[in-house]
Design a protein around this ligand. Structure first.
Ligand code: NDP
Length: 474
């Protein structure tokens, strides 16, 4: 029997769709799942794609079905299961074979696994895949980390299955070991921020302006034709327009207001903190999901505090819609600037040389944060490669100047009305702090020196590093 070009372990939601995508693009693929029933059901449902699929029920048959050197994608639950599966697989593998973990791995695990295989003749690729079920089936964004040589072996298959933006494949090799999974993590952090800020704008329209879901859907629908055009704005309109088949109410009105999370947003915030990079919008988004999950506490707290007579103070209508659109756009710039800043720092820390324009390029289609806006980021980073921050590129500083007054008005009005907007407010605080040449940390330095003799530098450069706190001069 003709050998398969590639193998895939794990026929869950993502794995089965990815396998069908690979087969559909004319690549012969061997598949295996620890529960064989799933493999049989998958093969039975593969229709005419069966001709490119080799279903197997043991790991030895699976490995034997693939042409060496064998690229093997593992698409299973992240964490220990990946280590366990690798352990089981290794006795069957030979020199040059490539294990590709395509799940949502923590990049520290990816670095460890990469290192563990070093010198064994086997290679490890950590591959971030974004786009959910639909993306996996019809074209995800693919972020690859590993050796460049091992990427070359799988490049043809991966680019064939990835999403395309103007015929350009949204798949790239980004650096060694954990580079791909790190970039995927930050992608998810930005996704959290994007979603949180969209939800805050929804809250302003719902609670500040008293608008119905269908009217709010119209606003998002309009925005999707402009500079906010993106997958997340598009699906926001769709979910706001949908009706619950059980009650006939708008779908969002019957859904519990507690957001789930699997950890990648939190990892972004943790890594930002570890690298000492301000990622305040992403952090705010993660924290907001945590507060959303504290439903019982929120319900108990509500009656304990005085009901203030607050109102949003801006009437619903085209003027407000325009201001909200620009405010959201400004805040979005802050979130992406922070995400790219974290990646820049990680790139130096881990020696990856992450290609920023390339990352923005492969996020333009296929992934959850896909948008036209990412094309602007690609251009901005290509035009000014060594820039310190996205917001100080000529193109983006101009956009910030245009949109910042709207963000300020909206955050003021929302906080004045008691509407929580932690993501938008963090973005505003970030801009205000970033562009302030004389900040207030001089006071913090004085306090630190007062209680801990930590020392400070003086503006006049005098070689005096402590204040007169203990000397009787105060
Ligand atoms: P599913 O829950 O649909 O499938 C899980 C798969 O993992 C099944 O094949 C299951 O096998 C296998 N599995 C679970 N535990 C073990 C184990 N201990 N040993 C061997 N195999 C195991 O998950 P998804 O397809 O949604 O997710 C797979 C990976 O892709 C995860 O890392 C996820 O984070 C990531 N991902 C998911 C996205 C999504 O939108 N769903 C998007 C991007 C990435 P069995 O059938 O025998 O239970």
């Amino acid at each position: 029997m003709e050998k398969a070009e590639i193998g895939l372990i794990g026929l869950g939601v993502m794995g089965s769709n990815l396998a069908l995508n690979i087969a559909e693009k004319g690549n012969r693929i061997a598949v295996y799942n620890r529960t064989a029933d799933k493999t049989r059901a998958f093969y039975a449902g593969a229709g005419e794609l069966q001709k490119n699929i080799v279903p197997t029920e043991t790991l030895s048959d699976f490995v034997a079905a693939i042409r060496p050197p064998r690229p093997i994608i593992i698409m299973i639950k992240a964490g220990d299961p990946v280590d366990e599966e690798m352990e089981k697989l290794r006795p069957y593998l030979g020199k040059g074979d490539i294990i590709i973990d395509a799940g949502n791995a923590n990049f520290h695990d990816t670095r460890r696994r990469f290192k563990e295989l070093d010198g064994t003749g086997l290679t490890f690729i950590g591959m971030g895949v974004s786009g959910g079920e639909e993306g996996a089936r019809h074209g995800p964004s693919i972020m690859v980390g590993g050796t460049e040589d091992s990427y070359k072996r799988v490049e043809k298959v991966l680019t064939s299955i990835s999403a395309k933006f103007d015929n350009d494949p949204c798949c790239a090799w980004l650096g060694t070991d954990g580079a791909g999974h790190f970039v995927k993590t930050i992608h998810n952090g930005i996704e959290y921020a994007d979603m949180q800020m969209i939800a805050e704008i929804y809250g302003i329209l719902r609670d500040g302006c008293g608008m119905e879901a269908s009217d709010i859907a119209n606003v998002f629908g309009e925005w999707n034709k402009g500079r906010l055009n993106s997958f997340l704005i598009e699906i926001t309109e769709k979910v706001l327009r949908a009706s619950d088949p059980e009650t006939g109410k708008p779908m969002p009105d019957v859904i519990v207001d507690a957001a789930g999370q699997k950890g990648t947003g939190r990892w972004s915030a943790i890594e930002a903190q570890q690298l000492a990079v301000p990622a305040t919008v992403i952090e705010a988004a993660v924290a907001a999901r945590c507060i959303s999950a504290m439903r019982g506490e929120r319900a108990a707290a509500e009656p304990m505090f005085n009901k203030e007579e607050l109102s949003f103070g801006i009437e619903a209508g085209p003027w407000l819609n325009r201001d909200l659109e620009l405010a959201l756009f400004a805040a979005k710039i802050a979130a992406y600037a922070q995400g790219f800043d974290v990646m820049d720092s990680a790139s130096q820390e881990y020696g990856w040389k992450l290609p920023m324009p390339e990352i923005a390029r492969i996020w333009r289609a296929g992934c959850i944060i896909r948008s036209q806006f990412l094309d602007d980021i690609t251009k901005a980073f290509s035009d000014t490669p060594d820039v310190a921050n996205l917001i100080v590129t000529p193109a983006f500083s101009e956009m910030v100047n245009e949109c910042l007054p709207s963000l300020r008005r909206i955050v003021s009005a929302a906080t004045g009305a008691g509407l929580p907007v932690p993501g938008l407010a963090s973005a505003l605080g970030y801009f205000d702090a970033y562009r302030q040449s004389r900040g207030t940390a001089n006071l913090i330095q004085a306090q630190r020196d007062f209680f801990g003799a930590h020392g400070f530098d003086r503006l006049d450069g005098l070689d005096i590093h402590h204040g007169p706190w203990g000397s009787g001069a105060i």
